[in-house]
Design a protein around this ligand. Sequence first.
Ligand SMILES: Nc1ncnc2c1ncn2[C@@H]1O[C@H](COP(=O)(O)OP(=O)(O)OP(=O)(O)O)[C@@H](O)[C@H]1O
Length: 357
Amino acid sequence: MIELRNVSKRYGSVTALDGVSLVVPEGSVCVCIGPSGCGKSTTLKLVNRLLEPSDGEVLVNGQSVRSRSAVQLRREIGYVIQSVGLFPHMTVAENIGIVPRLFGRDAAWRRTRAEELLQLIGLDPGRYMQAYPAQLSGGEAQRIGVARALAANQPILLMDEPFGAVDPLNREVLQAEFLDLQRKLRKTILFVTHDLDEAIRMGDMIAIMNQGQVVQHDTPERILAQPASRFVADFVGVDRAIKRLVRFSVRDYLRPLPAAPSAGAAAAGAAAVNGRPETGTGAAAYGTGAAVAGTAATGSAAAASRDLLTGYHTLRDALSRLLSADLAHLPVYSLEGQQIGTVHLSDIRRITQEVAR
Ligand SMILES: Nc1ncnc2c1ncn2[C@@H]1O[C@H](COP(=O)(O)OP(=O)(O)OP(=O)(O)O)[C@@H](O)[C@H]1O
């Protein structure tokens, strides 16, 4: 558990944090969000003692961080930042093994752990263990940053815009994968983002900050349904019912393809959305050769380059595409560009009604 009790942080005449109290229960994700300069990163850095509070107290698992050595604390708390901070002269495996090495784990243990983690984050160990950071795409580097944070099995993670440097599709893929991991690992996570959709999707709780204060700390649903102030209402914007849909991934509402795929309505949908004639063989008609051959290892280039709807997209993306194409359903693709099913407007409508209740 992470707890801030009435914490303030001043830099000379600048008050970066002003009496912040916040609790992140064990196994949950709290996302801090707010305008630039509101104190998000400062909040995070107080937890692992990269900064010291001017007033108030920060506790980790009930113990004041002041009573812990900063070095020891940082070994126990993972820290993922936007620029990732991989060491360029070390291989991916060595980068992932940094904290376990500090804990005295031997080379064989670190190697096995690095392989497991690469598999967990969807990167082929055979290809990536010995790669250097300069050989990675931005999205891959960010996954390695997450793997490194997971390597030491630290129960607490601080994540400062961990997916900030990734393009939108890769970002949605990483978010979905990270949520899968979190369901399994149940870490206690304090997460900072600029991106409201990301906050709504990732957070069990969201702390909306403004001018060094937490102005609402609540579930995403309540923040959207009952903003506590004019500031929060303006911050979350007008289309709040639709924003809730980012909490749902397309793959969870996928209707599978029939056993023998045919050139049905779904293919027609693809043609309409992609603005090109469909020859009747679904995704295969677009070919997976050229697009996929040049794919980044994350595999998302094929889907991204053709702007296809994938299982990793949110239901809000699906809704927006359905409405703009004026269709009742749309094909859904794998990252490699193979059609895997369809998503239906009627299903999304049902979910909107359920969450509105
Ligand atoms: N070392 C410092 N000296 C003086 N002021 C600082 C220092 N670090 C941060 N600040 C100020 O404290 C406030 C909070 O900074 P912080 O980095 O926590 O904001 P943030 O919400 O993370 O911003 P952003 O979204 O732009 O990253 C800002 O006004 C910032 O200018």
